[in-house]
Every structure is written in C-alpha cells, then in structure tokens.
Design a protein around this ligand. Structure first.
Ligand code: FAD
Length: 288
C-alpha cells in the first residue's frame, strides 16, 4: 500500500545553500534543557511552498554563532509552523535558547532521507525512541494518527534518563486514544514516578511482535539503537525492516563537505534515516 497520496512532496526553500529568514512564533519548554521552537518562514510565498516528510531536518543559522542540523518535530500535515525540539548542547543551541518570540533565524531545508511511511503502511510499526530521539519520530506518530487505518498495530517504546527528561508527556494520552500503544520507561525514577524503570530495549519484553509484518523505526543514543537492533533481530525481524536515524556533525547538508561521512555514506543525503542492512558493517564499530 502506498501513502504517497496523503504525504506532501518535500519542497525546500529556493536555494539549498541560502538560508531563508524564519521568525520564532512560539517557544514551548519540553523538558530540562530542551524546548521546542516553532518557526514560520517570513516570506509568505516560501512558507506556502515549503513541505517536509517525517524524519527530515532543517539547518538553522544564527548569525555570529553558527549553523546546526535540527529535525523537524512537528506535524508534516501543517508545514506552515515548523517545530524544532532543541537540546541545549553547545554554542549554537545555547544561543538559540537565549532568543525570544519574534526573533529571526536563518533556515535551510528540508534535507535528508525520511522515514519509510509508505513501506510501513499496512504493517505493524514499532517506534523506539530514547531521549531527544523522540523528536524526529514525533512527525511519524502525528502522520500515523492522521491515517490510523492505514497501519496495523502501532507501538511506541520510549525512555529517558529521568522523568524530568521525558518529552511530549502532555501528548501521550492523545496518542493512546488514537490507538498507539505507548510504553514509557526511565533509567532512574524519582519519588513521584510510578512508571517503569529500566532501559528502553527492555520494553520489547512487554510487547509481542509478528516478525513478518513488523517494521521498526528507532532513534536515540547509538548504544540504545545497538540493543534495539539486538532485540529486533532476536525476534527474527528482518534487517531490511529496521530503520534508524543517525546523527553526525554536519556542515553543508548537501553532500559536499564530508563532515557527516559514515563509512561510504553521507548522513546528510543518504540519511539521516537509514536501513540497518545498509550500514551493518559500520554500525557500532569504533574503527573502520
Ligand atoms: C540530522 C540531524 C538531526 C538533528 N536533530 C536534532 C534535534 O532535533 N534536536 C537537537 O537538539 N539536536 C539535533 N541534532 C544535533 C544538533 O545538530 C547538535 O546538537 C548541534 O549541532 C550542537 O551544536 P552546538 O553548537 O550547540 O554545540 P557544539 O558546541 O557544536 O557541541 C556541543 C557538544 O555536542 C556534540 N555535538 C555537536 N554536534 C553533534 C551532533 N550532530 N551529534 C551529536 N553530538 C554533537 C559536540 O561534539 C559537543 O560535545 C541533530 C543532528 C543531526 C545531524
């Protein structure tokens, strides 16, 4: 089954190397040191033309600070207001964190290979996210909710270090009501936490999967994704049905500079979403 009819074609701002001005329309604190910045392209024609697919990212440019890759975390069905969920990590992200509603930033994009929504249609989908890795998977969840009938069983396995690090907790009830089976865990609970304690891959022990009809999408720390792959393969899910989103330091985003090279793969162009079978020889290796 193809979902092409329900997905907009990605359309980027006119020149992939030239940032367009975008204005911060809202800022939503999500978790400790993490906020979602909702951006609107200032040029109405560019805003009307822009479209993205789940898993794609934009390059956000802050003059004087630098440019960073940030996944679009909002609904692809509403591409006029673009959510970017940012963890304050270093120079550029902290500078962004000091900006207020109404400030402008440069935006290039969207870039990258998206999650395989068409291939997932008609199958069971297991979405596995760790920490801020849920940001590039949120557009998948929102797309599934728009066309829930197009998928079989849909499960979200999500975890973060502590309850304070969990993202989008105010949306979990709506996702459950939309027939997405949500399982959440934390590495370390606190006195108010009544949920599960343990690492994300352990959540596989709470679900049953039919390996022939299951597709996995995962994003999170690489060590987590290694164990997710281990659990998936142990359940006889094919390597070709496991997709992961890889992050690498990125500069040009269009396959010129080589900063994001991973084995023979340029993460900015062939990724960030990659089929596990295509990177197996390099994945999890310190030296190759
Ligand atoms: C395709 C893609 C999508 C991304 N999506 C998001 C997102 O949705 N939200 C978000 O918060 N971040 C995301 N990132 C990571 C983000 O680009 C980096 O955190 C950012 O570049 C850090 O910039 P900085 O100047 O604030 O920190 P820096 O001062 O450059 O670095 C701070 C620390 O982060 C490390 N670092 C820098 N870049 C990366 C990177 N790409 N991956 C891992 N560690 C890095 C540095 O080694 C250093 O330890 C994404 C990266 C890629 C490649």
């Amino acid at each position: 089954m193809s979902l092409a009819f329900s997905m907009p074609e990605p359309r980027m701002v006119h020149d992939p190397m030239l940032p367009e001005r975008a204005v911060i329309e809202a800022i939503k604190p999500e978790a400790y040191g993490i906020s979602t910045f909702f951006l609107r392209l200032a040029d109405p024609a560019e805003a009307a033309a822009y479209a993205f697919l789940p898993g794609q990212f934009n390059m956000l440019y802050l003059p004087g600070a630098g440019e960073i890759a940030i996944s679009v975390s909002s609904d692809p069905g509403e591409p006029r207001l673009l959510g970017h969920t940012v963890r304050y990590a270093g120079n550029v992200t902290r500078t962004l964190g000091r900006l207020k509603v109404g400030h402008g930033v440069g935006l290039r994009g969207p870039f990258g290979n998206p999650w395989p929504m068409g291939e997932a249609a008609g199958k069971d989908l297991v979405i596995v996210a760790g920490g801020i890795g849920l940001a590039p998977l949120r557009p998948v969840i929102l797309s599934v909710l728009r066309r829930r009938d197009a998928y079989g069983r849909v499960v979200l396995l999500y975890g973060a270090r502590t309850p304070a690090d969990l993202l989008y907790t105010d949306e979990f009830a709506r996702w459950q009501e939309g027939n997405i089976d949500v399982h959440v865990t934390v590495d370390l609970g606190d006195e108010r936490w009544k949920g599960l304690v343990g690492v994300v891959p352990q959540l596989f022990y709470r679900i049953r999967v039919d390996p022939k009809r299951t597709l996995i999408m995962t994003c999170g720390p690489e060590i987590m994704m290694r164990f997710v792959i281990y659990e998936a393969l142990a359940r006889r899910i094919a390597k070709e049905s496991i997709y992961l989103s890889m992050e690498r330091n990125m500069k040009c985003a269009v396959g010129f500079c080589g900063h994001c090279q991973f084995g023979p793969t340029f993460i900015c162009k062939q990724g960030p979403v990659l089929k596990y079978s295509s990177i197996e020889p390099f994945f999890g290796k310190e030296d190759f």
